[in-house]
Design a protein around this ligand. Structure first.
Ligand code: ADP
Length: 368
């Protein structure tokens, strides 16, 4: 029987449990055995109790559980070859020759590296006497399939990552709560949302809540952003608006790369010589990650989990490592390496202050 390993890695996101459930049940339905690897690469490197066989009932009810029930971690050892050697050894000892990984671009980069090194890793394990040639013989190729779990929606090549709509929904809910009190006191709120290199959450939350002003990393505001923001807010207030909402992505900065902080914005809005608004800061933090997955994330987690198992079963040694995407409402398989390269390009473009390129790569021109 084929043995498929399933793990979650990197930052957790709502919907990961739905993906695990779908993978476990689809694999069993296809006549495979499925092993969950606890704590991401940490569990792969440590082996033993971290790798457990899953049966159909184990994942009952997991669609409505937030986070990941098999744990996730950042694992320093896996960045280095000796860590990956241990991982390969544990795979062979458990008879696992295919891995489905739900994580961000870092986790998926690590996975592809692992696959590329696989024959060399096995050779070294035999040479050093860790495993026998007999033991490694059935494990010539390693199949990897990626599922993208991230609240940031920061992966190129897919319209949505598992978790992003849950986080967006949570942000909108929180902004609604804040708006009620902001309106009552006629206050301004500066709200920081997650997204280091990706402003999707901030941008879409701005659209969905009708925020007064939004700051994202991909497209810093013009040099005169202070006047622009204060002018616009003054106008909104003149129309009779009693609340002011400014949404700031955590990676927001100006055109010179200087960080734009919530404190800076607050000071501006509160300036007695200017708008003189009673201004508060709310950093939403981890409430954005927590809680149960919304219907959309449960749906893509399930459909993509099913597709991931199919991709494992279809794989040949020559198939480039795929990840499962959603494009224009269709579940698709795409080459992982290209998507990871494109994703890193955005971060590089932002660092090089080539914002036109960054926005082009994000495919969000419509927002202009
Ligand atoms: P995310 O998957 O959410 O982007 P990280 O970038 O922290 O999160 O990656 C999660 C884990 O994946 C890391 O702790 C490490 O174990 C592994 N990993 C990430 N990048 C690499 C890499 N280039 N080579 C090997 N392993 C990696």
């Amino acid at each position: 029987k084929r043995r498929i390993g399933m793990m979650t890695s990197g930052g957790d996101s709502p919907g990961m449990n739905g993906a695990i459930r779908a993978v476990v049940r689809t694999a069993i339905d296809a006549g495979c055995e499925v092993y969950c690897i606890y704590e991401g690469y940490e569990g792969l490197v440590k082996g033993k109790d971290f790798i457990r066989k899953f049966e159909w009932p184990f994942v009952r009810g997991w669609l409505s559980e937030g986070g990941t029930l098999i744990g996730t971690a950042r694992c320093m050892e896996f960045y280095e070859r000796p860590g990956r050697l241990l991982g390969a050894k544990n795979m062979v000892l458990n008879g696992i020759d295919a891995l489905i990984i739900c994580g961000g671009d870092g986790s998926l980069t690590g996975a592809d590296k692992f696959r590329a090194e696989w024959p060399g890793l096995l050779e070294e394990l035999v040479q050093t006497g860790e495993l026998t040639a007999e033991q490694t013989k059935p494990f010539k190729h390693l199949n990897i399939v990626g599922l993208v779990g991230s609240i940031d929606n920061d992966m190129s090549g897919t319209d949505a990552t598992i978790g992003c709509y849950s986080a967006l929904g949570r942000i909108c809910e929180m902004v609604d709560y804040i708006e009620a009190t902001a309106s009552s006191h006629s206050r301004a709120f500066v709200i920081e949302v997650m997204g280091r290199h990706c402003g999707w959450l901030a941008l879409m939350a701005g659209v969905a809540t009708g925020a007064d002003f939004v700051f994202i990393p991909e497209k810093p505001r013009a040099e005169n952003w202070k006047e622009e923001m204060c002018g616009l807010i003054a106008e909104h207030r003149k129309f009779g608006k009693r609340k002011t909402i400014v949404i700031v992505a955590e990676g927001a900065h100006d055109q010179d790369g200087g960080k734009i902080t919530c404190e800076m914005i607050k000071d501006l809005l509160a300036d007695k010589k200017g708008l003189a608004l009673d201004t508060r800061i709310t950093t939403l933090g981890h409430v954005q990650r927590g809680g149960t997955a919304c219907a959309y994330d449960r749906m893509i987690a399930t459909l993509q989990g099913v597709e991931a198992v199919k991709a494992v079963l279809d794989a040949t040694p020559d198939t480039p490592t795929p990840f499962i995407a959603i494009n224009e409402n269709k579940i698709t398989r795409k080459p992982l390496v290209q998507a990871v390269i494109d994703t890193k390009e955005v971060a590089k473009a932002i660092e090089a202050r080539d914002f036109k390129k960054a926005m082009g790569l994000r495919d969000t021109e419509f927002i202009d």
